[in-house]
Design a protein around this ligand. Structure first.
Ligand code: MLT
Length: 266
């Protein structure tokens, strides 16, 4: 995996004969890694350079202090764009990657040529959710990442995926197990302290695509519908048969929606 300094990322160069259309930045969810975006490398066929940052401590990410706020991760994404001399990009992410996308926008809206919010929400954690995060921090400290994986797995995928796509179940489990205990505990702190990004939504004026699995049990479609109402001119696509990890569960439908957005809306 290439890196600039401590920042690691996956990269797929733009393909095609013409001038590259631009850069697509995809930020991974919790507790996955940049490799969750393997199926989206194909979007390079549309002339887009695809970059997937590895958030601190996840996957192959450089060691060092883990992130403990969405602003830590957002700062790293901005540093990566600067290091790669990317002045403008379509920036998006899935779930926690969406929270980080909104944090990048809060700090530096000038980088946004477009935005992609997949299986995510704008609201902060509720008090009950914060209690759940604290229990998970204890769990990962006491019993490791495998225990967190076991706890999360049943909620992540649609029933259809769990039954019909054992290879996706295996792939997701492996992605989760590649995370370090410190990265997971740090990210849980980042998740439970993230600010409410709802007030930011009406200030988003770049082309925006909102995607969600129809059976997403963690960030259900109603939350995406709400973001769609608050972001003027945004496009909402609901992915059939997918749960919370729509990009991996139904990559063809996910990529079709994203490729159409990149070709016609950005
Ligand atoms: C994720 O997929 O990034 C997490 O489920 C986000 C969350 O727990 O809020």
């Amino acid at each position: 995996m290439p890196s600039v300094g401590r920042l690691h990322y996956l990269e797929e160069p733009a393909r095609g004969s013409g001038r590259p259309r631009g850069t697509l930045v995809l930020i991974h969810g919790f507790p996955f890694s940049a490799r969750m975006w393997e199926p989206q490398r194909a979007l390079a066929d549309g002339g887009w350079r695809v970059i997937a940052p590895e958030l601190r401590g996840f996957g192959d990410g450089a060691s060092g202090p883990p992130g403990t706020s969405v602003d830590d991760y957002a700062g790293d994404v901005i540093d990566l764009l600067d290091a790669l001399h990317v002045e403008e990009a379509v920036i998006g992410g899935l779930s926690m990657g969406g929270y980080v996308t909104l944090a990048v926008f809060r700090h530096a809206p000038r980088y946004f040529q477009g935005m992609v919010l997949a299986d995510t929400r704008s609201q902060a954690d509720t008090p009950e959710a914060v209690e759940g995060r604290k229990r998970m921090i204890q769990l990962v400290r006491d019993r490791g990442v495998a225990a967190v994986t076991d706890e999360m797995m049943p909620k992540l995928l649609s029933e259809a995926t769990a039954k019909e796509q054992p290879e996706v179940v295996k792939q997701l489990r492996a992605l989760m197990l590649s995370s370090s205990t410190d990265a997971v505990a740090g990210a849980l702190t980042a998740l439970m302290t993230r600010p409410d990004a709802t007030p930011v939504l009406p200030t988003i004026h770049c082309p925006t695509l909102i995607l969600v699995g129809e059976a997403d049990a963690i960030t259900p479609p109603a939350l995406s519908e709400e973001m769609h109402r608050r972001i003027a001119g945004s496009t909402l696509v609901i992915i059939p048969r997918a749960g919370h990890v729509a990009s991996l569960e139904q990559p063809t439908a996910f990529n079709q929606a994203l490729a159409g957005f990149l070709a016609h809306r950005v």
